[in-house]
Ligand binder design. Structure first.
Ligand code: MD6
Ligand code: FE
Length: 205
């Protein structure tokens, strides 16, 4: 397997590949996401405490991530009862290029941010085996990504994620807290309606 040509920036052990995906690759991924959303529409998850998230979500793969009054978990079906669509091959190709993992992902979580949407600081720890990394693909408007620590609180570092950037949280960085503080509207022409898409690939089960 060929190594990524774009050198990785290392932020607290998170490998960031700025501009890994060229415009054509970004367009192909955006089109693949439209296919996912047609099969499994975006929905607005509710936290266990009953608060609506500002980000809308859906998934592809054998399982998808959901949150409702019963909490966070992976489910084999969309809340409407339909199966999640398969992970598109162009999305899998990004995982194979950067993850360094022998397994393929079983979940591709799709996050859509419109104006004002953000994601609070959290850890990704709903997966059965966190020795597998998480690979994240950014498409559309720029977003301010904040990276913290394993424990809640403490000093953080922020970086702007732009369309075509890919990052990998694995190894010692896998359980770092992280979140999206804000998205800057009108900073990308990739998505005709604007906004930001983030794809996170995981081995969930
Ligand atoms: C986002 N990303 O970029 C939210 N999680 O919209 C995440 O929550 C995330 O980028 C785990 C690993 C990489 C990520
Ligand atoms: Fe996360």
């Amino acid at each position: 397997m060929s190594e990524p040509h774009v050198p990785a920036l290392n932020v607290r052990g998170v490998a960031v590949y700025p501009g890994l995906l060229d415009r054509a690759a970004q367009e192909a991924l955006a089109e693949a996401v439209r296919g996912i959303v047609q099969a499994a529409p975006l929905f607005r998850p509710v936290t266990a405490r009953g608060r609506e998230m500002s980000v809308r979500m859906t998934s592809a793969g054998s399982v998808g991530w959901v949150s409702d009054r019963r909490g966070y978990r992976y489910e084999p079906r969309h809340p409407s009862g339909v199966d999640w669509p398969p992970i598109p091959p162009e999305v899998l190709a990004v995982w194979r290029r950067v993850s360094g993992d022998a397994a393929d992902p079983d979940c591709c979580l799709v996050n859509f941010y419109d104006e004002g949407a953000k994601m609070g600081m959290h850890q990704d720890r709903d997966e059965a085996d966190v020795s597998h990394p998480v690979v994240s693909i950014s498409l559309g408007d720029e977003a301010l990504f904040r990276i913290g620590n394993r424990e809640r609180g403490g000093k953080t570092e922020s970086l702007w994620l732009r369309s075509g950037d890919v990052l990998v949280m694995g190894g010692d960085a896998r359980l770092l807290h992280h979140g999206i503080d804000r998205v800057k509207p009108g900073t990308s022409t990739l998505l005709r309606e604007g906004g930001r898409l983030n794809l996170t690939l995981r081995v969930a089960l």
